[in-house]
Design a binder for this molecule. Structure first.
Ligand code: PFF
Length: 476
């Protein structure tokens, strides 16, 4: 076995860590997936249940992962091993660090493909904006002169073109790899310090635009008025899964980022800030998208194409649509970059800590590997559209390559990672170590211990079981 070496890298300040961790949490999950799921699941009841999941299950897990990293001071596997040693638990618990690193590697492969679609749309909207400016009408709607079917067809045309998808995937993965290879403080931290303020300015600008030009009243009613009859077991299951994904849990991402915290405790408020910020961004994304969708009388339940087909059409009829459509796709892109670097960082840190590779070598190996897996994912939209990688498994019998990687990581690996984390922290980790490192007040500590030892494992086990055996929920 190779001895675990601390990478010695670290955040330059506490706020740098917080910014980077919020950057990791806020991503496609918040701006693409959350509104999609909220729209499909009928709004209010889903949203309220989701918020409960974030704070009752997600927040205790965020704190647990950061705790492990803070104590471990190295990659996820080595960090868990160190906490185990200090708690007299078996070193085999480090397996969930390895599962997490593998999951992060797989997720970044398709995350980059989806971010590539966003990149393409940012380019299309950017070109459209330039045309509008040249025509002396910079505040016109987006894609002037295109019919709704032409706008919809663009997505199909993009999927049908492997070369286009590949080029976009290459650019996005290349950027991710470059930032990760530069290191924690001069790569990841710097990217977060520039990109996150830009992200928040864009987000607030777009929410105000949606409120002024769109139908904010309908959007608020849709997102916050619960119709409890819509809270079916499937909806609860997807809300729980989304909470894990959105907070970047179960893939050891926060263990890895937490390991670069050099000093100080106060992990409780930091964790709460991450969970609150991530949730606010998801809600704001809903408050940005649905007023626009409703203003034009479109369907909020369009599914994954909401952002790529419904919204561009909505932007067509709105004043300033060309400009704001462009800003909208730039916003998603910025969010995606700060998340993809956190995903690639998990296996990269593993290569550095467990294999003794240099950072550029490790980033290159995993970045290239994820790029190759991503190529298979994007070919699944065209020349390999018949391929069903897990077709022998009824759950994935009809699922294409990208959705299989997404589904397998989201429904299996992520909940397994979260389940093992909660059992490890709830039942195995040394109590004094937990108390001293987290710096929680006695009341907060007892509450955390209860949630992580009881509620999290039970709830996550239910997600896992119902995700794997949908028949439990009465078929899907
Ligand atoms: N939280 C990210 C999102 O919502 O898009 C996705 C993600 C990033 C998951 C980083 C896991 C991770 F380690």
């Amino acid at each position: 076995m190779v001895a675990t070496t601390s990478t010695g890298e670290g955040w330059s300040s506490r706020s740098a860590f917080i910014l980077a961790a919020i950057g990791a949490a806020v991503g496609l999950g918040n701006i693409w997936r959350f509104p999609t799921l909220a729209g499909e699941s009928g709004g209010g009841a889903f949203v309220i249940f989701y918020i409960a999941c974030v704070f009752l299950l997600g927040l205790p897990l965020v704190l647990s992962e950061i705790f492990i990293g803070r104590v471990g001071q190295t990659d996820a596997v080595g960090s868990i091993r160190r906490v185990s040693a200090q708690s007299k638990a078996s070193p085999n618990w480090s397996i969930f660090g390895a599962i997490g690193a593998l999951a992060a590697f797989l997720i970044v492969s398709f995350y980059s493909v989806v971010a590539g679609w966003v990149l393409y749309y940012a380019g299309v909207m950017g070109g459209d904006l330039v045309q509008a400016i040249m025509a002396g009408d910079p505040f016109r709607g987006a894609l002037a002169g295109e019919s709704q079917s032409q706008i919809q067809q663009r997505l199909g045309d993009m999927f049908a073109s492997p070369g286009l998808l590949l080029a976009m995937h290459l650019v996005f993965m290349g950027l991710t790899l470059y930032i990760v290879a530069r290191g924690v403080s001069s790569g990841i931290e710097k990217a977060a310090t520039y990109l996150m303020p830009m992200f928040f300015v864009l987000l607030v600008g777009l929410v105000i635009y949606g409120a002024v030009e769109g139908d904010i009243g309908d959007a608020i009613a849709f997102l916050f008025t619960p119709d409890w009859s819509k809270l079916t077991p499937q909806v609860m299951n997807s809300a729980l899964g989304q909470a894990l994904f959105s907070l970047s849990l179960g893939v050891a991402g926060l263990i890895t980022y937490g390991s670069y915290i050099k000093e100080g405790s106060g992990l409780g408020p930091t964790s709460a800030l991450i969970a609150v910020a991530d949730t606010c961004v998801a809600l704001l994304a809903g408050l940005m998208i649905f007023p626009i969708v409703f203003a034009v009388g479109l369907d909020p339940a369009a599914g994954p194409t909401l952002v790529f087909q419904t919204l561009p059409f909505a932007f067509q009829t709105m004043p300033g649509g060309a400009l704001f459509a462009f800003l909208f796709f730039v916003l998603i892109l910025v969010a995606a970059v700060t998340s993809s670097i956190s995903l690639l960082e998990v296996p990269t840190a593993w290569g550095i800590g467990e294999r003794g590779w240099s950072r550029p070598k490790s980033a290159l190996i995993f970045g290239t590997g994820a790029f190759v897996v991503g190529i298979a994912c994007l070919l699944g939209y065209n020349i390999w559209s018949d391929v069903r990688p897990l077709g022998f498994w009824s759950l994935f019998a009809e699922t294409d390559i990208l959705d299989t990687v997404d589904g397998f990581t989201g429904k299996v690996m992520l909940p397994v990672g979260a389940l093992l984390t909660s059992i490890f922290i709830g039942w195995k980790a040394d109590e004094n170590l937990l108390r001293a490192t987290t710096g929680l007040s006695p009341l907060a500590f007892s509450l955390w211990r209860f949630l992580i030892a009881w509620l999290c494992p039970i709830a996550v086990a239910i997600i896992l079981a119902t995700g794997l055996f949908p028949a439990i929920l009465g078929g899907q």
